[in-house]
Design a protein around this ligand. Structure first.
Ligand SMILES: Nc1ncnc2c1ncn2[C@@H]1O[C@H](COP(=O)(O)OP(=O)(O)OP(=O)(O)O)[C@@H](O)[C@H]1O
Length: 258
C-alpha cells in the first residue's frame, strides 16, 4: 500500500560498496516528488547506474534506505516495488529475448500474474504507447536500434509502473527517433529519473537535474540553472555541445515558451 502524500522516491543516507570493496555510493539523499522528471547527471563511474539499480532492489543498500511511494524497500516489499518502478536499461537487448516483440512485452505482466484478455490489452496498449503496434509480431533481431529501444520501453510500460528509470534513453538514436522518443516519454506523464550524458536531451525531458560524482550528490536544482553553471559542469566532467546555449534555454523557459 502506498502512503498518501509520500514522495515517489525517497533515498536516505544510501551507501553501497561492491563485493570487491569499491565504494560506489556514499550517503545519497534524494527525494523525487510524484510526477517530477529528474535527470541524473555525472561523469563515468560516478555511481548513476548503481543508484538506479537500487531503486527496484536489483542491488541492496549497504547503508541507508530506499522507499518508493512510502514503501520501504526490503525482502517483503521488493516484488511490489518492482511492479512500481520500471527500469529501462541502456541496451534494449537486455529486455528483448522472446521470439516476437509482443511476447517480450507480455512477459513482464505475465510474470506478475496477469493473464487472458487483460494481458492482451496491456500488451496492445504498451505497444501503442511507443508506436510499435505494427511491429508486434516481428522478432527483436529484425528491428532497428530505435525500434528496439521503443520495444524495450514497451516491455516496461506493460507492467504499469508509476516510476520510470531510464538509462541513456537517447543513445544510438537518430535525430528523428530521439525526438519521437522524447515525445513519447513526455506524453506518459510519469515520475521519471533519466540517467544520461546527453545534456540537451536531459533539458528537453526534465525540469530538475541532480549531479552525482564519486558516489555523492554534488548539485541538485532546476536543470536550466545546472546547465548554465559552466564551472560546475567542468568540475564534474560534464559538457554541453558546441552552440548549445543554456542561458537562452533558461530565458525561453522563464517566458513559458521552452
Ligand atoms: N560490479 C562491480 N564491481 C565493483 N565495482 C563496480 C562494479 N560495477 C561498478 N563498479 C564501480 O562503481 C562505480 C560506479 O559505477 P556506475 O556504473 O554506477 O557508474 P556510472 O555513473 O553509471 O558510470 P557510467 O557513466 O560510466 O555508466 C565505478 O567506480 C565502477 O568502477
Amino acid at each position: 500500500m502506498t502512503v498518501p502524500g509520500a514522495p515517489a522516491i525517497a533515498v536516505t543516507g544510501l551507501g553501497f560498496t561492491y563485493p570487491d570493496g569499491h565504494v560506489a555510493l556514499d550517503g545519497i539523499d534524494l527525494t523525487v516528488r510524484r510526477g517530477e522528471r529528474v535527470a541524473l547527471l555525472g561523469p563515468n563511474g560516478a555511481g548513476k547506474t548503481t543508484l538506479m539499480l537500487h531503486l527496484n532492489g536489483v542491488l541492496r543498500a549497504t547503508a541507508g534506505e530506499v522507499a518508493i511511494s512510502g514503501i520501504k524497500l526490503g525482502d517483503k516489499s521488493v516484488r511490489d516495488i518492482r511492479r512500481r518502478v520500471g527500469l529501462v536499461f541502456q541496451d534494449p537487448d537486455d529486455q528483448l529475448f522472446m521470439s516476437t516483440l509482443a511476447e517480450d512485452v507480455a512477459f513482464g505482466p505475465a510474470n506478475f500474474g496477469v493473464a487472458g484478455a487483460e494481458l492482451a490489452a496491456r500488451t496492445d496498449e504498451a505497444l501503442g504507447a511507443v508506436s510499435m503496434t505494427a511491429h508486434a509480431h516481428r522478432g527483436a533481431t529484425h528491428l532497428s536500434g530505435g525500434q528496439r529501444r521503443r520495444g524495450a520501453l514497451a516491455t516496461v510500460l506493460a507492467c504499469c509502473p508509476d516510476i520510470l528509470v531510464l538509462d541513456e534513453p537517447s543513445a544510438n538514436l537518430d535525430p528523428l527517433a530521439r525526438r519521437e522518443l522524447a515525445h513519447t516519454l513526455l506524453g506518459l506523464k510519469r515520475t521519471m529519473l533519466v540517467v544520461t550524458h546527453d545534456l540537451p536531451y536531459a533539458a528537453q525531458l526534465c525540469e530538475r537535474a541532480v549531479v552525482i560524482d564519486a558516489g555523492r550528490i554534488v548539485a541538485d536544482g532546476p536543470i536550466v540553472d545546472i546547465l548554465a553553471d559552466a564551472a560546475l559542469l567542468a568540475r564534474h566532467r560534464l559538457e554541453l555541445p558546441w552552440g548549445f546555449d543554456a542561458e537562452s534555454l533558461r530565458r525561453a523557459w522563464a517566458a513559458g515558451v521552452g
